[in-house]
Structure formats: structure tokens, C-alpha cells
Design a protein around this ligand. Structure first.
Ligand code: 5GP
Length: 125
């Protein structure tokens, strides 16, 4: 069920639980304000999720409320993930679903990093 990007932050969402170490994930890299881990259901040979450590529901929420330090760290981590995984060698895609119409399922901001193969058209028609 897609979530509302404007809803209050839910401390029990699955990525909050990953951040607290309550459920396992396969870490790609960590930084002061961000965590990157492999998607449990990869849609490309490289499919990594990058999340801020702070309690932000969506891109909208994050860019309205996060500090410059958190935003800079997050954007740099996305780039570093692309380099560390080798996704940058032949091209990659970053994507963040925000709210109901996008199909966002997990109510904690995440950027998908896809790579490792041709990725097809930007959107299904
Ligand atoms: P969204 O549709 O919200 O943009 O993407 C949510 C992503 O989270 C999906 O690609 C889904 O496979 C991934 N996901 C959901 N639950 C888990 C989990 O427990 N662990 C990991 N690593 N990924 C998850």
C-alpha cells in the first residue's frame, strides 16, 4: 500500500528498524548521517538503497527539514555507492519514490541506486 509523503514519521517502519539493528541488512557503506544497503528484492544486478539516519518520511520531508550537513552527506553517499559498487563504470540510475502516486512503500526516505545492466526506459508507459 503506497504511503502518504506528508504523513508523520512512523518509528516502526522497516528502515527505522534496520537503522536500530532490529532486523538485518547487507551494508554497502555507512557515513555519519546515512546508511546504504542492498535491496532485499533487487530489480537490477546492482540495487542499493541509501537512507538518511534521521527520521524523514520522503524526499519532500527531508529537503524541507534536514540540515545542510545531512543533505550533503546523503548526496555524497549516493555518489560514493555508485562508485563503490562499480555502477558508475557503465552508467546507473538513481530514483526516489515520494508519496502515493509514486508507489512509495516504505515510509522512510530512500534513494534506489540501480546499475550493472541496461536499465530500459525511464518509466513504463
Ligand atoms: P519503494 O517502493 O518504497 O520506493 O521501495 C522500497 C524498497 O524497499 C523495495 O525495493 C523493497 O524491495 C525494499 N525493501 C522492503 N523491505 C525491505 C527489507 O526488509 N530489507 C531490504 N534490504 N529492503 C527492503
Amino acid at each position: 500500500m503506497p504511503i502518504d509523503a506528508k504523513q508523520p514519521y512512523d518509528e516502526q517502519n522497516i528502515f527505522a528498524r534496520i537503522l536500530r539493528g532490529e532486523i538485518p541488512s547487507k551494508t554497502v557503506m555507512e557515513s555519519e548521517h546515512s546508511l546504504a544497503f542492498h535491496d532485499i528484492n533487487p530489480l537490477a544486478p546492482i540495487h542499493v538503497l541509501v537512507i538518511p539516519r534521521g527520521p524523514y518520511v520522503s524526499w519532500d520531508d527531508f529537503t524541507a527539514k534536514a540540515s545542510d550537513a545531512e543533505i550533503a552527506d546523503f548526496v555524497r553517499t549516493v555518489g560514493e555507492v555508485a562508485r563503490q559498487t562499480g555502477a558508475d563504470a557503465q552508467g546507473y540510475r538513481i530514483l526516489s519514490n515520494s508519496g502515493k502516486r509514486s508507489g512509495q512503500e516504505v515510509a522512510h526516505l530512500h534513494v534506489h541506486v540501480f546499475g550493472g545492466a541496461p536499465l530500459g526506459p525511464m518509466l513504463a508507459r
